[in-house]
Every structure is written in structure tokens, then in C-alpha cells.
Design a protein around this ligand. Sequence first.
Ligand code: MCN
Length: 801
Amino acid sequence: MNAPSERETGVGASVRRKEDYRFLTGSGKYTDDVQIPGQTYAYFLRSPYAHAAIRSINTDAAKSAPGVIAVLTGEDIAADKVGGVPCGWLITDVNGQPMKEPAHPALAQGKVRYVGDQVAIVIASTYLQAKDAAELIEVDYEALPAVADAREALKPGAPVLHDVAPDNKCYTWSLGDKAAVDAAFAGAHHVTRLELTNNRLVPNAMEPRAALAQYSRADDSYTLYVANQNPHVERLLLTAFVLGLPEHKMRVIAPDVGGGFGSKIFLYAEDVVLAWASKKINRPVKWTAERSESFLTDAHGRDHATVAEMAVDQNGQFLAMRVHTVANLGAYLSTFATSVPTILYATLLAGQYKTPQIYAEVDGVFTNTTPVDAYRGAGRPEAAYVVERLVSAVAREMKIDDAELRRRNFITEFPYQTPVALQYDTGDFNACLDGAMDMADVAGFPVRREEARSRGKLRGIGFSTYIEACGLAPSNIAGMLGARAGLYEVGEVRVHPTGSVTVFTGSHSHGQGHETTFAQIVSARLGIPFEQVDIVHGDTGRVPFGMGTYGSRSLAVGGSAIVKALDKIEAKGKQIAAHLLEASASDIEFKDGKFSIAGTDRNVPFAQVALAAYVPHNYPLDKLEPGLNETAFYDPTNFTYPAGAHICEVEVDPETGAVEVVAMTAVDDFGKVINPMIVEGQVHGGLAQGIGQALLENCVYDRESAQLLSGSYMDYAMPRAEDLPSFRVGNRVTPCTHNPLGAKGCGEAGAIGSPPAVINAVIDALSPLGVTHLDMPASPERVWKAIQAAQQPMQAASQPA
Ligand code: MCN
């Protein structure tokens, strides 16, 4: 393949991902690929009970099993005073008190609280030796009653997980003016009320979690290779908050990471145990999760039970919205668990609409289930689902066209201050809806519906006009809302003497193509070939302190930090060029890779300026330091607000309840786009996950025993290619007003906008049969039962008395 021309690699070009060569040829280097001489292997013994007291643990037989180097338990880790796994976001309860924050020991101490809780680590020369030896550990459990459902856990007499939270409540949190909302409801023409479940999901990254910890006695330091989305935060939590070490004594490397979807943002108990154990045995220790361990222990997503109401006037204008959500947090607080159903959820309940008053109340609840935390979209899919299901239900009940009702209520002027804290900077919601309706040929739908009917199929159409907040930052606002970390990003641009460039970014790419898109930005700005730019990420030993990747922040925040560093490179370059050209720096222009004196053809190319900076023979040393290497930290003033219109068409087989997505259209506004092909890929992936949530995926616990029933791909249905149509994807652009790229995030939008579009379409298909409500996933069984239940009253009514 010929090298692409410069024009084809600029900002806005669909450049093929440079990282794909190594991924597609099997040359990627993932944590499990790292081999360190003398490395040992760990197996975690996990609780088979959802809730039990540990009476005793006997490890004698395991310790003398072949190949075993150590067997360590909660007692050992407590004796070494290793701290518990911390939570990174403090939520303040409605009563003004801090949330309940129970200890989360990295190895269970006295009690286990979910199936999969770590009880012991066995370290041996091989993984199979460790696994075999674990079978010899005798744990005397006293089984306790367990609870998996968050609403059940709130009932009096429910099993109690933590002494500090006797009602199993971590917090009750609220946002908005309750009295004003109640008053608006009292005077409303119509109220629509829905009870919604947002199903629990398992993240299912392609690469399971893995970590390899190495302690060096030589300088009392640690190296941790870990499949993680934000290595600096992992290091900060692990050193300062858990192990009590100075940060510089640990290097965290997150090499190639095979997908995360949020589940690898967090500091996990396994990482703590491995780092601690590597010092204890003075050998490197490696652990890679088996897929069944991933099901049990990767932080799950969603799991909300919500009652949502919308008050409207006679014209369908929204007057107020009232939402109560019970959010399942699982057995312990994962790193960002507390922020997901609060700050990242209720602040998005305005959606794209001018609803003047909104009140939301959220109970965060402990249950005997795997901890729940951010999963692609984190809070925003839950909000979009509530808002968009509610809006379509209002349209149905008021007999107003779905699109028309949305348009009547769209926000059209910006900036717009919502009643739930956020200020949207820009957007054009009508433009996205127009685009999506054209692309989806909404006008032709009645004909398609009739044609489907002639084949015995019920065809439905569903809308979702979502908005989300991403580019997670700014630090001061996040701090006010309880974040225990900053949310800026860092970029270092290191120009080499010959003019090629290495960029060090605090963002982490685990499938998003940063090595390509960030290189596009740098090569376009410096006017150097795309191939002369390399992007480095994921190593605290090489990259300045950054905040990692989640909340679709990498381009808007991390990319902007790189732009700020490039600004400094250009400014310094101009001074060097002015010296070389014997001109004033204020007369120097930088364009197409050349510094020139304005209005003349006298210029020096970028590479010559770089060389002068490193070989400063002819250089203004009295005024300027040598070298061309600049770092910028960028903390934005607002979130970015991607928004769009998703339209889904389904066909339902009324005999079997099977739902087929026959068309899926997404027209989104991500501001300025760097690489349309990568963005389209991100949308495709998000849509697949959103459709998966709407129709297939469901994480199910047994109500009595709190055993995970959907613990493998035999029971947990992942979407496959045959479940998905060919997506129709378009975009509209309103540039973000406050970052230098004008870009908004795109990484989660597909998963946020699509689930309500799919369910609205299924309900639309079934509405002639009298079905008005369905929960996700709309599995054939559920749909069939809903059809039967809706038809029974009709049949009963037609029976003679
Ligand atoms: N981009 C662009 N123009 C825009 C917006 C983005 O060209 N206007 C490009 C970016 O430069 C980047 C990609 O699109 O290459 C995604 O950018 P962004 O929206 O900033 O999202 P992040 O890079 O921060 O990725 C995080 C986001 C999240 S939160 C989840 S969850 C998710 C997702 O990305 N997890 C993923 N997409 C994923 N894709 C893969 N393959 N694997 C995951 O784990």
C-alpha cells in the first residue's frame, strides 16, 4: 500500500487506523503477553456464597501442594495494614451527611458479600498448579440470607450487608426543586407515568482483566502491568490510598488493552493483592481473568428501577418531570460507582427539552451482587432511556405525533441553562431529527407497515432524540459535585532534532484509535507527514500525570491538551525562526510546515527550526532555552454535549415474540470530526451495544440465593452480526464552543441514544394489540407474554357474560 498523501491524512480525513497493523497481525502486546523472568501465577479463590460469615480458613494442604509459593488470605493482608479499595466520588445525602462508605477489603475479612468476592490468593509456578491448590483450601462458611434486588434490599427485615448501612442505603440523593415540581404536577392537563427497569449488563471486553505486578528490592519500587483505562489514577489510588507508598515508587503500564467500555477504569481488589503479594514473595505475580471470572467480578453496568412522570399542558408542552430511581450499587463501592446514578444521570434528565422544572431522587443501595459502576455511557443511557421512553409515552397518550411532540419541546436557543445543573453550549436538535427522518424515510413508513402486515409481521418505528454530557471535566465543577480527583488532561509534544514528533498523552486508547486521530491533529498542525508522528500512552513512567479515558473525553480534553502544547511549540518555533531569518517574532507566520516572514517568501521549514533547537550553534541562547518539547495541561470550562436523533424500525413476529431490527438510523452531532471513519466505527459499536441491551443482554441473579444465573455466554446473550441491520449513520455539526478543536465526544453516543429508540419501536409495533409497556431486554419470551397479557382482557371482554 502506498503511503497516503498529506491531504488524505489531515483533520477530517478517514485515515485508516495505524494501530490496526499490529492488532490485525497479532503483534499487539497485551498484559498477558508480558513475560518477566521468574514470574509466578496467581489464582483467586472466590466465594461461592453471596453472603456468608467466614468462620475459618485452612490453607495448610494448599501451601504444600506442588509448585505453590504462597497462599495468602484476608488475615495476612490485614496484618500488613493494606488499606481497602477506595471509592473516588463522595456523594452527599439529602440529609447533608456523607454517603455510607463501608470498607472494601481486597481479600475478604470475616465476611463475603457477593459470589466472586476474593477469599484467598494462591501463587504458584504455573497457573494450573495455583488453581489445583486452591481446591485444597478449606473455608468454613456460615451462609447468611442474601439479597440481589435493590428494591428488596430496602425493605425492612432485608439481609444487611454492612454494619455502617443498616438499611442497605449508601445514600438518598436529590437534584431539583421538589416543591416547584409538585406544584406544576398539581396544575397539569395530563400526567404520564412509567415504571422502568434499566437492565443490568456485563461489560464483556474482548480482553479479560489482567495484571502482572513486579516488586524490585533493588530500589524498593513496583511495576504494575495492568489492563486499565487510566494508569495514573490506578497508581494514585494504589500507592497513596491503599499501600501507603510514595507515588514515584510505582510505575503503572497499561499496554495494549483489548476494550474496556468503562469496566477497566477502576482500581480492582485483584490489582491491590497482586502488588502487595509481589513484594511479599519478592517475585513477579501474574493473573489473567478467566471469562467466567469476568462475568462474576468485572464491575457490572446499569441496574436501575425507576418511576418517572411527566406533566404536560393541553398542547403537549412539558411542564415538569419527576423521577425516583433505586440504583443497585452491588456489594461494595467501586471507584466511580456513586457518581454514575447521580451526577452522570440526573443532570441529563432535561434531555433536549425545555422542561422548566425537574426533580430527581436516587437511592443508592447495597446488595449481594457484583459491584456496579460505569459501563459505556454511565448514567447517560439511563437518563436518555427515562426521558425518551417518557416522551414517546406522552405522545401516544396525547395522540400527538412522536416527532412533532419532540419539536414542540426542543431547546432551540443556546447557551441553555437546564434546571438540572448543566448548561448546554450549543446544538441543533431539529437539524439532527430532520436528517434522521430523511435518512430513515419516515414518510414511507406507513407503506412498509402495511407490507409487513401482509406477511403477518407487526412493524413499528421508534424515536430517540438524546443528549449526553461528555468530555468529563471540568475539575472545579467535578470537585464541587464530589469528585476526589481532577479531570483535566495532559499532552506533551516532544519534537525530535530532525523534526519528527512523539506525543505523550494522558488519555488511554483501548480500541478508540487515538494513535491515528491524535497523529492527524499533530501532523496537520505542524505540516509534517502523518508517519512522522507517534502517540505514546498508558505508562506512568513515560507520560506526565494524566486522567485517562472514560466519558468520551479523550479528544475533547486530551486532544485539546495536545493542541495547547502545539500552541507552545509554534510560539517557540516562531522565536527560533525569527532568529534564523533575522526578523521579529511578531512578523513570523507558521503555515504548511514553514515559518515565514509575513508577506515575503523567506522561510525556514519546521525540521530546520527543530534542528536549530537541538544543535543551538546559531541560536538566541541569551533569550531562549534550547530544545523543542512542550507540555500542556488542559482543564475545560464545560462538558461537551453530543446529541442526536436515532430512529429504529422493527418487525415483530406475533406468534413467537421475536423482534428483528430491520433498520437503525443515527444522525449525531459530535461537533467537528477529526476522522469520520473512526467516528462511524464508534457509532456502530455503540449501536450494537445499545441494541444488545434493548433486545438481548440481561444479567440475572437468583432472587433467593443471589447466585449469578447468567454467568457465561450460554446464558448471557451478546449481540451478533446477524442480530443487527446495516446501520444508516449521518452527522450534523455544531462546533463545541469552548474547546480549541470544536469537538464533542462520540465514544458512547450509540449506546446512549439507541435503547429507547428500539423499545419505542417495539411498543409502536405492539400498540395495535394493546401493549403499552415493555422492559429491556425485549426478548421473544417477554414480548410474547406482553402480547398474551394485552390480549387476555380483550378476549375476556369479547366472551359472553
Ligand atoms: N473522534 C473524532 N472526532 C470527534 C470525536 C471523536 O475523530 N468529534 C475520534 C477520537 O479522536 C477518538 C475516537 O473518535 O479516536 C473516540 O473519541 P472520544 O469520543 O473522545 O472517546 P474516547 O476516545 O475518550 O473513548 C472513550 C469512549 C468510551 S467512554 C467508551 S465506554 C468506549 C468508547 O469510547 N469504549 C470503547 N469506545 C470504545 N471503542 C472500543 N473499541 N473499545 C472500547 O472499550
